[in-house]
Design a binder for this molecule. Structure first.
Ligand SMILES: Nc1ncnc2c1ncn2[C@@H]1O[C@H](COP(=O)(O)OP(=O)(O)OP(=O)(O)O)[C@@H](O)[C@H]1O
Length: 452
């Protein structure tokens, strides 16, 4: 069985379940493979590692302890570039799903799932797929510029407290890494860190996603589901893109935070919550303080401590170490020889504006490692675009290779459209994704592909 690129693997002993997920996901993602027997997994991984695995935690009929699934999870997470893993459990297994989260799964879904939830969970997990769960934790937050030292000092100071923290900064500056570092520095580090993309939560399923629901709470609620607040119990809940939360949903969130309890849909009594809230937004502060956009009382609950992560262009001292780090990481991952950017390339990379911040730098390094040839990397290997190169005085990057001129035009068209949407959305990824009618994950892939 081949696992094509942007691949998803569904590992479930029930062929009907695997087939249903495959049919659903195939519409959005190219390669979706299924496997019913985990014993075949090592042979499959030797050929290709999928980007994401939907992992049933129990295979043998009658077994409910999840040991088989957790062993497979450990195997997957030990890979040099582990896939994102979404654990699949029966409703009664929620503690097991939480255990899977603690051990590094990106998310979990209870069976039978809601199709919209499955699609959103897959998109989120793909968008968040990092080098490895451990590597994306505290120690992976690189940078010794004055600005980053200040950020790290704030993390060390606020981490052990229970204060809610709001992290502000442009897309790709490392807000999620900062949130993970705060979690790691807290007494909750042994429990789960759960991230929710508030901008991607459909208003219709907001409550059930965050607070959970009981079986039969609404027409499609065939099974019950724990919400994110319950799943993160004892740990930290990272509310990403909080600035994009619709006003009606803000009111519900405020009530939950004020009362420290949530009522799952269809339940007759509330449940106490025990989570530390860390939130992040790329909204500028002036907009965030506009009551027509964000409720001041909710803001007051969330921003006890504010950490601002400056854009990369304002802490250029971090560029060279980050380049070294990510070039080294991808050289090892793709088994390529160790190389450095030439002196000219380094100067241009240092002068680059990095509108996509560290995420763009990381993509650029991956591209350079894949396409670079010769003893040193050239600026053009980083695929930062002809316009950008011209702006900093570099020779323009060669056009993307295209066998068929029609493909080339399509590619250029897509690049221009994505760039125009980004401009119209003033760099806000969630808004640009909405304008384009694609998920944030898909937009990030397009940004990486076109080197925007
Ligand atoms: N200081 C850093 N050291 C190492 N890697 C970093 C750093 N900052 C960001 N990255 C990497 O850049 C990418 C984007 O980081 P992250 O997702 O934390 O940014 P973000 O600000 O939360 O982005 P968004 O607003 O788009 O959600 C990740 O791959 C992350 O590992």
């Amino acid at each position: 069985m081949a696992v094509p690129h942007t691949s998803i693997l569904i590992l479930d002993d029930d062929p009907d379940v695997a087939c249903a997920a495959q049919l659903l996901l195939r519409r959005r993602h190219g390669g979706v493979a299924t496997l019913n027997d985990p014993a075949l997994l090592p042979a499959l991984l030797a050929r290709a590692v999928p980007d994401l695995v939907l992992l049933d935690l129990n295979f043998t009929p009658g077994r409910i302890d999840g040991a088989e699934g957790l062993a497979v999870l450990a195997l997957l997470l030990a890979l040099p570039r582990p896939p994102a893993v979404i654990a699949l459990t029966a409703y009664a297994d929620v503690p097991l799903a939480v255990e899977a989260l603690k051990r590094g799964a990106s998310d979990f879904l209870t069976k039978p799932w809601d199709n919209a939830n499955l699609v959103a969970a897959v998109d989120n997990a793909l968008a968040r797929r990092g080098p490895a769960p451990k590597a994306s934790a505290g120690s992976a937050l690189m940078g010794e510029s004055d600005a980053m030292r200040e950020v790290k000092a704030m993390i060390a100071g606020v981490g052990p407290t229970e204060a809610n923290v709001m992290i502000l900064g442009e897309n790709g500056v490392g807000k999620e890494l900062v949130a993970r570092a705060i979690h790691q520095a807290s007494r909750r580090a042994g429990a789960s860190f759960l991230a929710v993309d508030m901008g991607a939560l459909p208003e219709s399923t907001f409550e059930s996603e965050l607070f959970g629901h009981r079986k039969g709470a609404f027409t499609d609620a065939k099974g019950g589901r724990a919400g994110r607040f319950q799943a993160a119990r004892g740990g930290s809940l990272f509310l990403d893109e909080i600035g994009n939360t619709p006003l009606a949903a803000q009111a519900k969130l405020l009530t939950a935070l004020e009362r420290r309890e949530v009522t799952p849909l269809g339940a007759d009594r509330p449940e106490a919550i025990d989570v530390r809230i860390i939130s992040a937004t790329n909204r500028d502060e002036v907009r965030l303080f506009d009551p027509a956009v964000f409720r001041p009382d909710l803001l007051f609950r969330l921003n006890t401590i504010v950490i601002r992560v400056p854009p990369l262009r304002e802490r250029r001292a971090d560029i060279a170490p980050l380049l070294r780090h990510y070039l080294d990481l991808y050289q090892r991952q793709y088994a390529r020889p160790a190389r450095q950017p030439g002196a000219g390339a380094l100067e241009l990379l240092h002068a680059h504006a990095w509108p996509g911040n560290v995420r763009a730098l990381r993509h650029a390094c991956e591209r350079a490692v894949i396409f670079g040839a010769g003893d040193e990397y050239r600026f053009a290997d980083f695929g930062l675009g002809a316009a950008m190169a011209a702006a900093v005085g570099a020779p323009p990057a060669p056009p993307p290779q295209a066998a068929d001129p029609k493909d080339f035009k399509l590619g250029a068209l897509e690049r221009d459209t994505v760039a125009a949407a980004l401009e119209q959305a003033k760099g806000n990824i969630s808004h640009a994704a909405k304008l384009l009618g694609v998920s944030r994950a898909a937009l990030y892939r397009k940004l990486g592909k076109h080197g925007i």
